[in-house]
Ligand binder design. Structure first.
Ligand SMILES: [Zn+2]
Length: 366
């Protein structure tokens, strides 16, 4: 069975929905035809010219990266920057480029959970939990069309609750209406009260998906003017967000914890704030630039906070309350390729992926 670019995108977005990405981000399909057949994909942290060349050499016509190649709009594509040259080369060689970035940072099974796995952390919780705004969407459907309408709403993102899919509630009743002169009713006569056996179909939907689920219900519904209600729920769940906090299997000294981090993340060096002279048990992590969450790590009771891109002044924010370790941006996210590989091999069996062998870390250590 042939795999198309859009099949791969859809699979990855089931793991890390694009709606979760930060406002500054640009995750998703950045380049290429969604209907193109994919032979194999190259998995990388960054897209550089060497990575595009590697894709060509390996016969991959899709690159899946963590960091988006394009962040801001490109007004000219003349090959002046490496970004422009990568885009030109990818298009000339029919290579699609897809990125899963802050959306992948935030989900269970994403970047931070992978980092926690490398350190063997247990009892994970989200560091910077985001409230998931939920709505209930309700419509009334003639009996024979219930499955069609519900399926369309499910496909658009309705009825997903944590690990459950296609969650809905249905109750049978009688709908009434009087169609006016200008109407074209699906059932009943104009100007006469009509009673129709209908099923009330309702399901929970995340706020970001309300518009598309609403639209899907309208398109699938047989009525000219279907009634579709949307109710905001005061209940929210917080099952995603940046960073995680977890517990080491056995407590260890600060130096041993730093050594463990250095070894597991293959760091040339680890920069850290003053030692506190206590054991490390609770560890907070945030892959990439996570200096902004130092105080959050303190409030979550972390003994050690592992992140990257901390500036000189930001180390002072440790306030003698947490040990901050800066392990390097690339180092912190290097295992993201493993997430793509494991997930896609299970989701799309027989789909071939290769790890990029190009070291795209632009930072060197003397
Ligand atoms: Zn990053």
């Amino acid at each position: 069975m042939s795999v198309k670019v859009k099949d791969v995108c859809e699979a990855l977005e089931e793991l890390a929905p694009l709606a979760l990405q930060e406002s500054y981000d640009n995750a998703g399909l950045l380049c290429g035809d969604a209907d193109m057949e994919v032979k194999s994909a190259l998995l990388a942290i960054d897209v550089t010219e060497d990575v595009v060349d590697e894709a060509i050499a390996k016969g991959c016509n899709m690159i899946i990266s963590h960091h988006p190649l394009i962040f801001r709009g490109l007004k000219k594509i003349t090959g002046k920057s490496y970004v422009e040259r990568c885009v030109v080369k990818a298009i000339k060689n029919d290579i699609a480029i897809y990125s899963s970035h802050t959306n992948l940072d935030k989900v269970i099974g994403g970047v931070n959970v992978k980092m926690a796995e490398k350190l063997g952390l247990k009892s994970l919780e989200v560091l910077c939990a985001e409230d998931e705004a939920l709505c209930q969407i309700v419509t009334f459907v003639p009996r024979d069309y219930v499955e069609k309408v519900a399926d369309a709403m499910f496909a658009a993102g309705g009825g997903r609750v944590s690990g459950y899919d296609k969650c809905s509630y249905r109750v049978e009743g009688i709908g009434t209406f009087v169609a006016g002169e200008d109407c074209n009713p699906f059932v009943g006569k104009k100007g006469e009260m009509h009673y129709e056996e209908e099923t009330r179909v309702e399901m929970v939907v995340r706020r970001e998906y309300v518009e598309q689920v609403h639209q899907a219900a309208i398109l699938a519904h047989p009525y000219e003017e279907p009634v579709i209600g949307v109710y905001a729920l005061s209940y929210t769940s917080a099952s995603y967000g940046l960073g995680v906090v977890g517990i080491l299997e056995k407590p260890m000294s600060e130096i041993d914890a730093l050594k463990l981090v250095k070894e597991r993340f293959k760091c040339a060096d680890v920069r850290y704030s003053p030692l506190l002279g206590k054991e490390v048990r609770r560890v907070a992590l945030c892959g990439g630039s996570g200096a902004e969450f130092i105080s959050l790590a303190i409030s979550k009771g972390a003994d050690l906070y592992v992140t990257a891109d901390c500036k000189y002044h930001e180390f002072f924010n440790a306030e003698g309350k947490v040990l901050v370790a800066d392990i390097g941006h690339f180092e912190s996210e290097q295992f993201t390729k493993e997430i793509f590989k494991a997930y896609l091999s299970e989701k799309i069996p027989n789909f071939v992926t290769y790890y990029s062998e190009v070291n795209t870390n632009p930072i060197n250590h003397l």
